[in-house]
Design a protein around this ligand. Structure first.
Ligand SMILES: Nc1ncnc2c1ncn2[C@@H]1O[C@H](COP(=O)(O)OP(=O)(O)O)[C@@H](O)[C@H]1O
Ligand SMILES: Cc1ncc(C[n+]2csc(CCOP(=O)(O)OP(=O)(O)O)c2C)c(N)n1
Ligand SMILES: [Mg+2]
Ligand SMILES: [Mg+2]
Ligand SMILES: [Mg+2]
Length: 328
């Protein structure tokens, strides 16, 4: 494999955004920012063995997910996705065809949003594949869906359903066995090909005030981040957690709850807004066919994240979930 041939092969043959002045091929890229907007930038890395296993995901799926998890962070900032950069550290057991498939996976998602690949970096490494994606988006000046925006009496909501991705991972890792092939496909697809909630993020950003976070490390962890950043307590209703019909067909109730609360990689959005804005948001989401569920409220009676069950029992929802340096 030749580094420079490879870069030529992955260079897009068209650019969507007119603001791009210099794309792949020089020392850096140049684009013009739009008047009235702020730039939104973030980076997430995926590592073979930590975020995916080579024998369980295709290069296409790996590429798709590497971009999707980053677009999900833009969605949590209510941003419009625009550009992305890819840095690859490639061990010798990955060949050029695999790498090109990774780019095809990213391309599939990027075309949906008209995102342009503006550059990256390619290096060799001794052991595992590492993909680092940087995304750039824009958001209207003054619009900020910060984790620190939650206020007492706010409604706590989550988009879509939670726990399916963790079920998919458990199936892939052979920790749970399901015989129904179409169910199996449903869960593994939710794990490998998550859909970032950009439209929901934009609707939520339209509200007067909202806090927002995307679910990578698990609902419990993300709620704790909102609670800490906003200095508020949150009470969640266990029975209100939106589990898919597919998940509910599985037997062990406690396992399902654990997946929903601590599994992570749902890439749905969790946040809070005032009761008035919640009415508008449910209407807006309904019109676009976006599922959104009230799961609790910001509670001035305590300072933590509490889970309330049917019999009025409260337990503290700890920040446990995925933590790269603390494996449970
Ligand atoms: N190694 C690092 N150096 C500097 N900033 C970091 C590093 N890792 C994470 N961050 C920053 O910490 C914040 C939280 O990161 P992370 O938990 O990975 O966010 P997310 O779950 O939204 O991807 C972000 O602002 C991110 O940019
Ligand atoms: C082989 C394998 N083991 C475990 C996991 C589960 N897992 C890996 S990283 C992660 C959390 C999300 O990734 P992270 O890098 O923490 O994203 P961020 O919070 O920065 O968005 C989870 C649940 C997985 N996807 N694949
Ligand atoms: Mg991150
Ligand atoms: Mg992230
Ligand atoms: Mg994380």
């Amino acid at each position: 494999m030749d580094e420079f041939d490879f870069i030529n092969k992955v260079k897009p043959d068209r650019i969507f955004q007119q603001n791009v002045k210099v794309a792949i091929g020089d020392d850096a890229a140049i684009y013009e920012s739009s008047h009235g907007f702020h730039q939104v930038v973030c980076v997430d890395t995926m590592v073979e063995g930590v975020h995916f296993l080579r024998n369980l995901s295709s290069p296409f799926e790996i590429g798709y997910k590497a971009l999707a998890v980053n677009v999900s962070d833009l969605a949590a900032m209510s941003a419009i996705p625009l550009y992305y950069f890819i840095s690859l550290a490639v061990p010798s057991n990955w060949n050029e065809d695999d790498l090109i498939e990774i780019y095809e996976g990213m391309k599939k998602l990027s075309e949906e949003y008209k995102m342009d690949l503006l550059g990256g970096d390619t290096v060799s490494t001794s052991d595992k594949l590492v993909i680092t994606v940087t995304v750039i988006g824009e958001v209207e000046e003054g619009r900020k869906t910060l984790r620190s925006n939650a206020k007492n009496e706010d409604i706590v909501f989550v988009t879509g359903t939670i726990g399916d991705s963790a079920a998919g991972l458990a199936i892939l890792l052979g920790q749970t066995s399901i015989h129904n092939e179409s169910l199996k496909r449903y869960f593994t697809e939710k794990h490998k090909m998550p859909i970032p909630q950009v439209k929901a993020g934009r609707l939520i950003g339209d509200l007067k005030r909202a806090s927002l976070n995307d679910i990578s490390d698990g609902l419990a962890s993300e709620l704790n981040e909102i609670s800490e950043a906003s200095h508020v307590g949150i009470t969640i209703d266990k029975d209100a957690l939106p589990l898919s019909d597919e998940l509910l067909t599985l037997q062990s109730t406690s396992l399902l709850q654990d997946w929903a609360l601590y599994g992570g990689e749902d890439y749905e959005l969790v946040g809070t807004t005032s009761p008035d804005s919640w009415e508008k948001l449910t209407k807006d989401c309904n019109e676009l066919g976006i599922k959104i569920t009230k799961i609790g409220f910001v509670d001035s009676s305590h300072k933590e994240v509490m889970l309330k069950s049917k019999n009025q029992e409260y337990i503290k929802l700890k920040k446990s979930g995925y933590n790269h340096f603390k494996k449970s």
